[in-house]
Design a protein around this ligand. Structure first.
Ligand SMILES: Cc1ncc(C[n+]2csc(CCOP(=O)(O)OP(=O)(O)O)c2C)c(N)n1
Length: 368
């Protein structure tokens, strides 16, 4: 499998071979463009919000939208997606309402987890999005376990798991892929190879010529795909999903892409990346490539882009303002929802904590 070809579909002018046109319907191309525009608006605005101290943390995904949306588009709505943390696009593809996303990010009283999780640790049972967890790689065995259960129960579901190329160095990656290969679970592993694990370059993660070639050692098909070409991602994922659903087992996909922004709001990529490198990847911007395709197909236009952007801009600002008006979670909720019956020790801790909290509040508002 050495020297795997990088699979691309879109030509520079947005055209593609006629045989590939049917990979996505016209409506799906429009939906992906719409989601990419919203994704970028959110990326920019949430980064600003963090700088203003209104949001604790944000992780950007500009540049990786084709990998993320192309993968999500290949699934059915009840196929679970085990996110790593950077896959906002999956929530947008599944049309999770914006207020639910903002409530989670802000951690207000309407957040389903009542602010107990960091921002971007999404969890939406109704949309088949299990909770994100901070230690990288832990979601891979979960996706593998879900796939195994789906296979045993005969539900026909396929589990998709994302990770970065840095996470592919974790033990959990091996644990999951080995199990998935042996038990032929309907699980698809997508590595978003965006070049860096925070500041650590890909070259420090593997001496092999690709991560996709590891698939052979796990006894499953492996593919390297142009991760900035949404059609190519949809083709590879579409085949992987069909294979998994018909009992053919797991697939490993390495999507070659680039994180155009910082790793998170706690990072400054200019410390470890050159402007030239970023400019090179700018030429392969996934939105611009899909936009050219949409125009070539006759389902998208400059006017449509402008209207879509203006509509989302307005809706994002008003929804954010509305979500910021909700109060924080009740302080007592810190002690609720874990144990069915509160032990006397916990009760004492809660009472002491609440009394101290009330005293702090009084001190704060006391007029000298
Ligand atoms: C087990 C563990 N080790 C370290 C970290 C700190 N950490 C958070 S994100 C990250 C980089 C992961 O890089 P990669 O898997 O390439 O994904 P990317 O952020 O590039 O999308 C690290 C080291 C962590 N969260 N969990």
């Amino acid at each position: 499998m050495a020297g795997l070809p990088l699979f691309s579909i879109l030509n520079e002018d947005g055209s593609c071979e006629e045989a590939y046109r049917g990979l996505l319907t016209d409506e799906e191309v429009r939906q992906a463009l719409d989601a990419m525009i919203l994704n970028r608006i959110l990326d920019r605005r949430l980064l600003m919000l963090q700088r203003q101290g209104r949001l604790a943390f944000w992780m950007t995904s500009r540049g990786e939208e084709a990998t993320i949306l192309g993968s999500a588009a290949s699934l059915l709505p009840d196929d679970p997606i085990f996110l790593s943390y950077r896959e906002l696009g999956c929530l947008l593809w599944r049309r999770i309402p914006l207020p639910l996303i903002f409530n989670q990010l802000i951690g207000n009283s309407r957040d389903l987890c009542l602010g107990r999780q960091m921002p971007v640790h999404y969890c939406y049972k109704e949309w088949a999005i299990p909770s994100v967890s901070s230690p990288v790689g832990t979601q891979l065995p979960h996706a593998c376990g879900f796939g195994y259960a789906a296979k045993m129960r005969g539900t026909g579901q396929v589990a998709l798991a994302f990770c970065g190329e840095g996470t592919a160095s974790e033990g959990d990656f091996h644990t999951a892929l080995n199990f998935a290969g042996v038990f032929a679970t309907p699980t698809i592993f997508v590595i978003r190879n965006n070049g860096y694990a925070i500041s650590t370059p890909e070259s420090s993660q593997t001496a092999a010529e690709s991560l996709a070639i590891r698939a052979e050692g796990y006894g499953m098909p492996g593919f390297q795909v142009d991760g900035n070409d949404l059609l190519a991602v949809a083709k590879v994922l579409g085949e992987a999903v069909a294979r998994a659903r018909s009992g053919g087992g797991p697939t490993l996909v390495e999507a070659m892409t680039y994180r155009m922004g910082p790793h998170s709001t706690a990072d400054d990529p200019s410390a470890y990346r050159s402007d030239d490198e970023a400019a090179e990847w700018n030429r392969l911007d996934p939105y611009e490539r899909l936009k050219s395709h949409g125009i070539w197909r006759g389902v998208w236009s400059e006017e449509e882009e402008a209207t879509t952007r203006a509509t989302w801009d307005e809706r994002v600002v008003s929804t954010l303002a509305e979500c910021e008006r909700h109060p924080p979670p009740r302080i007592e909720s810190l002690f609720e929802g874990v144990l069915e019956t509160v032990s006397p020790q916990l009760e004492a801790q809660r009472d002491a904590y609440l009394a101290a909290h009330r005293r702090r509040q009084q001190d704060e508002f006391e007029v000298p």
